[in-house]
Design a protein around this ligand. Sequence first.
Ligand SMILES: *[C@@H]1O[C@H](CO)[C@@H](O)[C@H](O)[C@H]1NC(C)=O
Ligand SMILES: *[C@@H]1O[C@H](CO)[C@@H](O)[C@H](O)[C@H]1NC(C)=O
Ligand SMILES: *[C@@H]1O[C@H](CO)[C@@H](O)[C@H](O)[C@H]1NC(C)=O
Length: 597
Amino acid sequence: MASSTSATSCPCLLLTLLVLLLLMVMARRADASAVFAGLSFESPGEAEAFEDALLRQACVNVSFLSGGRDREACVSRLDTARGGAGSGPVPVLRAALRDTLGEAVGAVRAVRGLASLSNRPREEMAVRDCVELLGYSVDELGWALDAMAETDTETDASGGGSAARRAEDDLHAWLSAALGNQDTCVEGFHGTDGRLLHRVEAAVAQLTQLVSNLLAMHKRLRSITPLLHHGPPTNKNNGTSGGGAGDELPPWVMDIEVDDGDKQDQDEEELVAKRARAGRVSTRVDVVVAQDGSGRYRTVSEAVARAPNHSKRKYVIYVKRGVYHENVEVRKKKTNIVIVGEGMGETVISGSRSFSSGWTTFRSATFAVAGAGFVARDLTFRNTAGPAAHQAVALRVDSDRSAFFRVAVEGHQDTLYAHSLRQLYRDCRVAGTVDFVFGNGIVVVQRSLVATLPLAPGQTGSVTAQGRKDPNQNTGFSFHGCVVEGKYPTYLGRPWKPFSRVVVMESYLGPGIQARGWLEWAAAGSGDHSTGLATLFYGEYKNYGPGAGVAGRVKWPGYHVIMDAAVASRFTVRRFIDGLAWLPGTGITFTADLFRK
Ligand SMILES: *[C@@H]1O[C@H](CO)[C@@H](O)[C@H](O)[C@H]1NC(C)=O
Ligand SMILES: *[C@@H]1O[C@H](CO)[C@@H](O)[C@H](O)[C@H]1NC(C)=O
Ligand SMILES: *[C@@H]1O[C@H](CO)[C@@H](O)[C@H](O)[C@H]1NC(C)=O
């Protein structure tokens, strides 16, 4: 078990010394770090005890890190790396983070090495998915490390506090994401004979444990960070009800509202010229995609492939009406891509991959986006595999701070894979049958239509299958002000993983919503029916409509009828996805808080 990863995570002595030196230099800068600043202890003894506990937390269950050494070796290694006792708790987290990043890099190498051992298509695909997923973890851990290296330049206490709080939230989001990727990797081997599966599990187990330890450390640090850092953000733009965008609306958003009449004849130059005439030259449509050849590209994939890498500004791809039969991937390095269509049902990106036809769930997506800062509006993502094809994803999202506005997501089972990181869906339509909103992102679905479709024989409908697996992840799904239509029988959700978290607030629940509301994960199968029922968090707050009565709801310890607005407000755009920090820049309308206080 151990040898496959330990070999890759044990660099030569010289390299180790260099890394240690680097860490010690970084540790010297620790006092100035923006995150978890202002920690204070009653006595040096108390500080030391806290640091010591943190060190031990970093090494929980670490048995085969660095060439087979045990937990004590892990502790002493981190102790050296952080610059010795008295350097403060933050350097401990940083040193552990650096080790974990090294482990992630090693895991990518180990899994890539397994590719040659298989010649079965499903297994090969699963290995490729895995390499990509572990690559996400490497990035996310890298972002976390960078955030911790940033020094706090603000001296103003409140401003600095708010920046620190945001940085801590970012860390939390990235660590939460880095935990889940390994599971998705392993799940990709479902439907194979399991020979490679065991080797892959062995290659990623240590990484998962280390990230879980980091999340526990994050929680400890957060619990002793002064409250000053946790107050409401002092951001001037408070994006209140309905008009969150307000003056922040980038000019191009209004430019898109072109009248329908002459759209077919417009070519790219005309669109650009129209914007110039309107005096809005600073932002623009960068390229136009049109099937009739009137744009620069005929396919969305081509436009995405030619988009700049690592863009810091929004890069706008305008997709004219038509059904585009494509599977599109917006990869990690394609950051800040904006895709604008001509309306839901007008601009449609359509595919038909499914688990039944040989794809992993992950790779079945018609449209998959990992590049951070993605925005989509006025179009449809569709998977046409049908109700009996099992998992068939229309849209998969691993884009941090991504937003979807007036977007339809259409499929049956597993339609919307909100896989990881922070996402907003506003004025959208999501349709499906089984587990059709699933994954482990940090997600708000706001003022959207959630529509159930007829089930295939033997199926039980469920809107969500939320996959939070660790109590320290800040992930979950919040449905706020939605219409859960429920024309066909459905449950609101079932716990895919033990700490599954879903809240439904201020929403209309239609007649098809079953009186029990929620379903056990294994209800239809032979597994343990009680899995997660005490540890999950399902909540309903001020819903209405024929399916909203809570009298007949499940009596699980983890189910809550939320009465307290303070609890519900933890799941708003403002609090749950820190929307005020990034949504104003997208030009998308949103509501920051609860509709009714
Ligand atoms: C340690 O590993 C064991 C076996 O994998 C697991 O059951 C346990 O939950 C882990 N403990 C922690 C604190 O992560
Ligand atoms: C936030 O919005 C409220 C009204 O919803 C307003 O009274 C308040 O002044 C705003 N705060 C700031 C800082 O703009
Ligand atoms: C983006 O990077 C890839 C290599 O990773 C390169 O082939 C491609 O030309 C780059 N695209 C642009 C637009 O720079």
